[in-house]
Design a protein around this ligand. Structure first.
Ligand SMILES: [Zn+2]
Length: 229
């Protein structure tokens, strides 16, 4: 083999190794971050919305929607003044199925809809949108609210005890995090008059109970690294 051919082969080899290293480096960078709020087009503006970040995050699955005009516009929330509760109006459907429906609107264009969180029938939570971005759920209150969709087994829209427990816990955390009282919880009905969440519009006492259960949970909500004992 000629010396110049050997040199050429070495150069090609080195280039290949560099390419492989770059490939590994960049594929690592695109991995989903653990904290959903890191990955946002909203920049750091949303950080100012948080009043107290010391409370323990609820257990949840981060499964963010793709940024698209139908369910995740990628724009920053201007404030967090209320938490809006919805029911999915699709009895027996799972949190994941509702999340996938929202994500599918990017291609189906059926309507504009989404929520920051979906609480499922087994008490699971799927996060669809970073908490400092706008979701399409509450009409003209999309810019200053966090939206929670809740799954339900029957057409009456009543939440199961497990779902209810997760929901009230999630709401307690959100209220503490954004410096809101339990009374800042509102229904979609309170924004537009829509019968949503159905059971808690038709049963005012159940709605009042839900808010007082959230207030009670706020009293004892754990902080991160709280001293034991
Ligand atoms: Zn609704």
């Amino acid at each position: 083999m000629k010396k110049s051919t050997k040199v050429l082969l070495v150069i090609i080899g080195v280039c290949l190794i560099v390419l492989i290293i770059l490939q590994i480096f960049f594929s690592g960078q695109t991995a989903e971050p653990v904290n959903a709020e890191v990955q946002t087009t909203a920049g750091t503006a949303g950080g100012n919305l948080i009043k107290d970040d010391s409370y323990v995050w609820p257990e949840l699955t981060v499964d963010l929607l793709d940024i698209n005009p139908y369910s995740r516009p990628g724009t920053a929330l201007s404030a967090v003044n209320n938490i809006v509760i919805h029911y999915v109006a699709n009895p027996g459907s799972s949190a994941k199925a509702n999340r996938d429906y929202f994500n599918g609107l990017a291609t189906s264009h059926l309507t504009s809809a989404s929520a920051h969180m979906v609480v499922g029938l087994e008490g699971e939570i799927v996060q669809c949108i970073p908490l400092n971005e706008v979701a399409y759920a509450s009409n003209d209150r999309n810019n200053d609210t966090i939206a929670i969709e809740v799954c339900h087994p029957e057409a009456d829209g009543k939440f199961t005890p497990t779902t209810y427990d997760t929901l009230t816990n999630l709401c307690a955390w959100l209220c503490l995090r954004y410096g809101l009282p339990a009374d800042a919880l509102i229904r979609h009905y309170d924004v537009t008059g829509k019968n949503c969440p159905k059971y808690y519009v038709e049963h005012e006492d159940a709605w009042e109970q839900l808010k007082s259960d959230v207030a009670a949970k706020m009293q004892n909500y754990p902080k991160q690294n709280a001293p034991v004992g």
